[in-house]
Design a protein around this ligand. Structure first.
Ligand code: SF4
Length: 312
């Protein structure tokens, strides 16, 4: 078991693995080092409020850029995940009980930042009977009360396919319901060991059938064929998923799955075009795209979709 370091948000470290990298990234993958005061102010406040972020916990390469413009993705339900996906740098182990004060602290942080849009995510909590759905609902309720004009995107796990738990989250009325497929079906078992593709499709489809604005994302470069990615895009379009993100997988450390290849910016652009042709409303596709990267640029589109569906 990995012990929790509650109260100390892990410091973001760029490009420093415990083991040396074996390969250099191509020149189209450039990360911005954190130098702006905004970055360090945000880091301090996250620590003061004892919050966790996926930006730091998952060693996201965009942290320098995102935090410098005050965009962050808070991770709720602790910083220890019950699953052991082979691409992810978040610690695996036995998590602590959910912190009842966390929803309020998250709301405080986001209220102070006064953002147009934000993403909240969580570790998987297979140890909780509802997968953390009630805690999610409470967090959404607090955040919406503190930041009524901000659009809120929730990036959740699969709740083991339990649609009642999805309903608990949706009833709190997040502006976007997001769940990542991460890879193509053939590699799913290898990449996200305890997850299943049918289960992920099931909860996305369920959320969409309830008229939620839905979003999903895949990492490329894990060994998938472009044809397999296109097949997933067709399926997502059939399900009427609204937003798709496609980004390059970057191996967080030597312990993680290796990068099979670097997908070129041209291939990312072609896939975005293909997704649009298939009918997906919005696709963010590029080497450094993550599910939350530049998600704030989607705020107006989300408001428009919600208005059409009479959700707000
Ligand atoms: S892309 Fe998302 S996870 Fe990465 S630093 Fe930006 S907000 Fe955080």
């Amino acid at each position: 078991m990995i012990s929790s370091d509650k109260g100390k948000a892990p410091l973001p470290v760029l490009g420093q693995d415990t083991a040396p990298r074996k390969r250099r990234h191509p020149n189209w993958i450039k990360v911005q080092m954190p130098t702006k005061p905004t970055f360090f102010e945000l880091q301090k406040r996250v620590e003061q409020l004892e919050l966790h972020t996926v930006c730091a916990s998952a060693s996201c390469p965009n942290i320098g850029e995102c935090w410098s413009r005050r965009a962050l993705t808070i991770m709720i339900l602790g910083d220890i995940c019950t699953r052991s996906c082979r691409f992810c740098d978040v610690a695996t182990g036995r998590p602590l009980p959910a912190d009842p004060d966390e929803p309020e602290r998250v709301a405080t942080m986001l209220g102070e930042l006064d953002l147009e849009h934000t993403v909240i995510t969580c570790v998987d909590r297979d140890d909780l009977s509802d997968g953390g759905a009630a805690h999610w609902a409470e967090t959404i309720t607090h955040v919406k009360a503190a930041s009524p004009n901000m659009t809120l995107e929730v990036l959740t796990g699969d709740f083991k396919g339990n649609t009642d738990d999805v309903d608990t989250v949706l009833t709190a009325n997040p502006d976007v319901f997001s769940h990542n497929l991460e890879t193509v079906p053939r590699l799913s078992r290898q990449v996200r060991v305890q997850a299943s593709y049918p289960r992920s499709y099931k909860i996305l489809e369920h959320a969409r059938n309830r008229d939620a604005v839905t979003k999903t994302g895949l990492m490329l470069g894990l060994g998938e064929e472009i044809g397999e990615v296109r097949e997933v895009i067709r399926e997502l379009a059939k399900m009427r998923v609204d937003i798709l993100t496609l980004g390059q997988y970057l191996q967080p450390s030597q312990r993680h799955m290796p990068i099979a290849r670097y997908v070129t910016p041209e291939e990312f652009a072609e896939l975005a075009e293909f997704a649009t042709e298939c009918g997906i409303e919005r696709t963010e596709s590029g080497p450094l795209v993550r599910s939350s990267y530049h998600a704030d640029g989607q705020a107006q589109m989300i408001r428009d979709i919600r208005k059409t569906r009479k959700l707000s």
